[in-house]
Design a protein around this ligand. Sequence first.
Ligand code: AVJ
Length: 321
Amino acid sequence: ATTARKARPAATEDEAALEFVTDVVAGLEAKPKRIPSKYFYDTAGSLLFEEITQLPEYYPTRVERGILTENAEAIAALLPAGSALVEFGNGSSAKTRIVLRAASELSAYVPVDIAAEFLEEQAETLRHEFPSLNVLPVAADFTRAFDLPASLRTVPRIGFFPGSTIGNFEPPDAAGFLRLAGRSLGAGAVMVIGVDLIKNEAALHAAYNDAADVTARFNLNLLARINRELDGDFDLDSFEHRAFFDHECSRIEMHLVSRAAQRVSIDGHSFDFAEGETIHTENSYKYTVESFRALAREAGWQPIKVWTDSDGWFSLHVLVN
Ligand code: AVJ
């Protein structure tokens, strides 16, 4: 357990900082301007996302939790005794607890998350809650190949990817991620994955335009983070949140809209914004049960089971590699 709790080596942190500045500068030089959504999740952003999951309008978390709770026994029955649960992007592990409580035969829980500090805190909390469970956090960008702890080399692995995080990938990248996950989890591995579904536009719109403006603060935190970490001078009051459903692409798009013509400087680079110009900060793709199953098959996985809620708003898929 001591090795698992060791902090990331300094080189990794430097690499992460360099990648952040490189992606932000390249994204703001591009037309239209964009910044990858994975940068939402510094500690402040992770906490804001937790707040989003508790909003009345944000149905995905609540509905998926219902599906997990209702089917926890059936899910646990699909997980071989002694296997390790590998979660991609653990957040606060709230949904994981449902699975961990039902699957008492697991040998280890491996949360993989880019927010290193938040990850450690959550891991420590889980160790107290599940004293017999080996919690082995991995601070990594799970969109890249990463190494699982060496102690798990001979143990069957189960992938867990709840929350419809897969919706953040462009569909070809989603297939790429599934293929990569299949390689790190191994042949015969099981994957349990939550996927948000296409539904009436009013419900989709409300989920990303909440009355309390938490989603707006989450979106704007990206600019605050650039100011904090990359010596940026974004004036947060001169940008506003925009989110809408694009039918053609079957995705929610989030943008930050410049309220005025302005110039922003970041790490010695300067960027001009026209009034109304946007930074595209997120895509959140929505699928049908069948369109997701087709994507999974294309990526080498066999869909063996799917659960949805009674409204058909969210789906939980079981895939075998
Ligand atoms: C974490 C990617 C699933 O797309 O719904 C929530 C992120 N963005 N509100 C989503 C998000 C705005 C969320 N995912």
